[in-house]
Ligand binder design. Structure first.
Ligand code: ZN
Ligand code: ZN
Length: 375
């Protein structure tokens, strides 16, 4: 999505006109056309990327969406959000403008978000537009809560800055101060938009990157992207939990992926080409002749990307293990029973069932009840 800079790919400025983009595209497709670079994989890839870029920013509507995506805050879950810069930024915004004690600063609450991704997206990595409604900093006062040019926050006069008040009577409990909502601070000149709270509900959007090999239930903390703090307090964190939808046929097993492939008796005897789903799309598995049910076949490199995938001498991905299962025909039709009896007769005659024959040799006498009782 916004992984690649389509403007840079076409060598134009982000504010280039549609005409400029079209010109750049024409020039580059001529330059990198496969006809002029036969067998040059790098040129071929470049040609592909140029076309992908133009399909987006060469289309007016798609370009508007792409530009909007580029402006979103990016969260790369493989690296984690840069918490330090977020805190520094907020520190600069708030600084000590209130002149209040640190204890009066209120940290914002954490936000939780469950991001559901497909099995393939979790294995190969993916990028997601995450949108939800939650309190964010009030735009009119920059989260300060005070009106522009208004007086700074001061201690609440009702609770004398303590945030709680004591009722009447000997055993009266302390209760939360209603005037300052327990913060101990009051804005004498509150911002009209947020009534001094400093935050307002808004649509929050993030561009979240799921790294390859993300396990189900993985949780990442994006520091500083929760609800805004009050009176100079730090914002809360955004906690993203990754929920992985199960695949109808693929199951993850560490760095490997497992699946079953069903073949018929005839295919087991003759060998077969079986289409098997992988995270890269369907592949054709060559099942050799005379295979036994339960045999595992390995599709190398079709598993989960390992670590950073850059270690020397180590395959960058796990494997896919396919268990080949021979299906027993299930029908009570006597014709099928006849055909199978013929098959068995011929097999014994040809010596094609050597193990079956050797078991027969030591089998119990006919009529022995142990023949049928195997509970
Ligand atoms: Zn108060
Ligand atoms: Zn405000």
């Amino acid at each position: 999505m916004v992984d690649a800079d389509y403007y840079a790919l076409l060598g134009v400025a982000p504010d280039a006109s549609a005409e400029e983009i079209k010109k750049a595209f024409r020039r580059l497709t001529l330059e990198f056309h496969p006809d002029r670079h036969a067998g040059d994989a790098a040129a071929e890839e470049r040609y592909r990327q140029i076309n992908v870029a133009y399909a987006t920013i060469g289309d007016a509507a798609a370009r508007v969406r792409y530009d909007a995506m580029r402006r979103l805050p990016q969260i790369d879950l493989s690296r984690g959000f840069d918490a330090k810069s977020a805190r520094d930024l907020l520190g600069n915004v708030f600084g000590d403008v209130f002149g209040t004690r640190r204890s009066q600063r209120r940290r914002g609450r954490d936000l939780r978000y469950t991001l559901t991704v497909s099995f393939v997206q979790a294995v190969l990595g993916s990028q997601h537009l995450v949108e939800f409604e939650a309190p964010g900093p009030c735009e009119d006062c920059g989260g300060r809560g005070a009106r522009a040019g208004g007086k700074p926050a001061e201690a609440c006069s009702v609770c004398a800055g303590r945030g709680e008040v004591k009722g009447d009577g000997l055993f009266a409990r302390r209760t939360r101060c209603g005037r300052c909502d327990g913060t101990g601070m009051i804005h004498p000149d509150p911002c009209a938009s947020c009534r001094g709270i400093g935050s307002r509900r808004a649509n929050r959007s993030f561009d979240v990157k799921i790294p390859p090999g993300t396990p189900a239930g993985a949780e990442r903390v994006v520091a500083g992207q929760g609800e805004p703090g009050r009176f100079g307090g730090e914002p809360g964190d955004l906690r993203i939990t990754v929920n992985v939808r199960p695949h109808p046929r693929l199951v993850r097993d560490g760095d490997d992926i497992r699946c079953d492939a069903h073949i018929s008796i005839t295919e087991a005897v003759r060998g077969a080409q079986v289409s098997v789903p992988t995270v890269d799309g369907d592949v054709v598995l060559e099942v050799p002749a005379q295979i036994r049910s339960g045999t595992k076949m390995r599709l190398r490199g079709r598993g989960v990307p390992k670590g950073d995938g850059r270690k020397r001498g180590e395959p960058p991905r796990g494997d896919q293990l396919v268990t080949v299962l021979v299906e027993t025909p299930s029908s009570s039709d006597p014709r099928l029973a006849d055909i199978l009896a013929q098959l068995e007769g011929a097999s014994v005659e040809l010596g094609a069932l050597p193990r079956r024959a050797s078991e027969r040799a030591v089998a119990a006498e006919p009529g022995d009840p142990s023949d049928i009782e195997h509970a």
